[in-house]
Write a protein that binds this ligand. Sequence first.
Ligand code: GAL
Length: 679
Amino acid sequence: MIDTRTTEMQELISPKLPHIFYGGDYNPEQWPKATWQEDVRLMQEAGVNVVSLGIFAWAWLEPRPGEYHFEWLDEIMDLLHAHGIMVDLATATASPPPWLAKLHPESLPVTADGVRLSPGSRQQYCPSNHAYREAAQALVKQLAERYRDHPALILWHIGNEYGCHIPDCYCDQSAAAFREWLQQRYGTIEALNDAWGTAFWSQRYGTWDEINPPRAAPTFINPTQQLDWRRFSSDALLECYEQERSILKEITPDVPVTTNFMGFFKPLDYWKWARREDVVSNDSYPDPSDPHSHVAQAMSYDLMRSLGGGKPWLLMEQVTSQVQWRPHNPLKRPGQMRLLSYQALARGANGIMFFQWRASQAGAEKFHGGMVPHVGTANSRVWDEVRKLGAELPRLDPLLAARVPADIAILLDWESWWAVEQDAKPSQDVRVLSQILSYYAPLFMRNITVDFVPPNADLHGYKVVLAPNLYMVRDDIAQTLEQFVSNGGTLVMSFFSGIVDERDHILLGGYPAPFRRVLGLRVEEFDPYVPGQTNHIRMSDGSTYTCDLWSDVIDLEGAEALAYWTDDFYAGRPAITRHAFGQGISYYLGTRPEQVCMEQILEQVCNEADVRPVLAVPPGVEVVRRENADRSFLFVLNHTTSAVEIGLNQTAHNLLTGEEHSERVTLQSRAVAVLESGR
Ligand code: GAL
């Protein structure tokens, strides 16, 4: 029998706080002590129950090398605790103090062009630099030992947004670390030469020390060298994270750890990173002036849930009103912050936090919004919205252990993403994120929830797997997908998939070699378009659609054509195909069709696979279901600027208003309902 209590505890970020986390980055070092008192009072007023503390406080904690000052942190930790506020305590290593650069100029990062960057901004460290790593670890040890038993400590926040500004460093120390990493991977120089295809352009290496990072060079750099550099650079930062994590795990084994992700952040292979976290957390700054930004945001939230294997995650940062780092920074409109907060909860988050608690008075982020704005709290729209949200979140406690079910998975392989977007390709316009979005958006619009999966995933339980541009084939993915389809699953694969192995060597014998059997076709040639060029496809019912970006020239080997090219020398040949394989079906899209066509194809796929929308609602309304063993929680989010009526198919209890709805619920513009019912 399942012990539901234990299962529910496992779903909590920490048993110390069995509620939705609510709070933000708190930087008391920027303010006089008198303000601290006001801060904790206002935090209580806003319903804040947790803050992230000390993220950029290294220079305050260690003003001179080896000289630690924790008195102020002791005081603020105690003050927060006395007011019932928990602490996500940072290891403070995201930005070293200026003394590190003075003492160790070699700790500063170097660009591919050989420019050494200066302090005066943030994150100015080379990930492979020993002095940085040693100083960081020493600080982490001090912090862990000092606060190990502090009652306010609930979570460790390691670093901050790893790689955000400096995803890689090209200095000599990084070069040495790269060589070591390559020796680990390949063992012998012959194996490296083979993997890198150095027979080409006289690139053969005789010894390891001839190898360098892919620094500025006369023309295209060896693609496998570039790819290994991406792998190495993600690993180098992960090693920094891992060194801090192991200190924390040794001293405070029961305190969970996280580091905040940045959505679909290309430089770091988050599948690898997430395995080292107890809680996945994410920072999200959708552009409030883009009417579609909530779609990409939903997609990144689905990724966060998937990175943690479906466990609740934490929205570590968003902004109440406006950021300061875009060229133009409009405000979130009234109700938009609340709506976007609920979107995170709908997609599996158990916490809503902000950068930052109090808007700064000085520094590069002084025009970035805060929970407490520059105008203060009296007659402030922002503060009112912050306070109201904080007041209603406790009503959602019943859903803390509820998960988000999904029948469809999108395959995302970071290494393939790196490889396909390198230079010297058939088209520089094949971009993984926009390709994924072109599959995700039609499903989002129909309120069909999607998970993401890595290439070594267990696909059991999914009805449909989408593989847009799976350029690189590794981790037995070809066998996994073949098995999935033959057991009754549906696969949808796009052009420029199955092209190379993990060394970025072409898989010969007709594209997409390892998937030809399951797809029932061969791609003889591909024809990428120049900007503005289009072609057309005709579906079997006679309807015609425009395509851009790419044409595959396809031979059928068992598949049937669903659409044919109408133009060019390959007119009449298949463009979109369907293949019955084993008990399942595979689809192949040899182009990028316009959105209505994508909608139609994905609708057909979903109908055949019996994947149903969560609820049929008017356009612009997002619906997501969370559920636990016996309850279902339907999030209904109105992203439009007018009121909408939603028809319900069962009686439900609105957790936010306390109302019972039997047949329908009316939602004003940007309003939200969370409807609880039995399963
Ligand atoms: C994040 C960062 C925060 C703050 C914020 C501004 O990238 O973690 O420290 O800079 O952006 O939007």
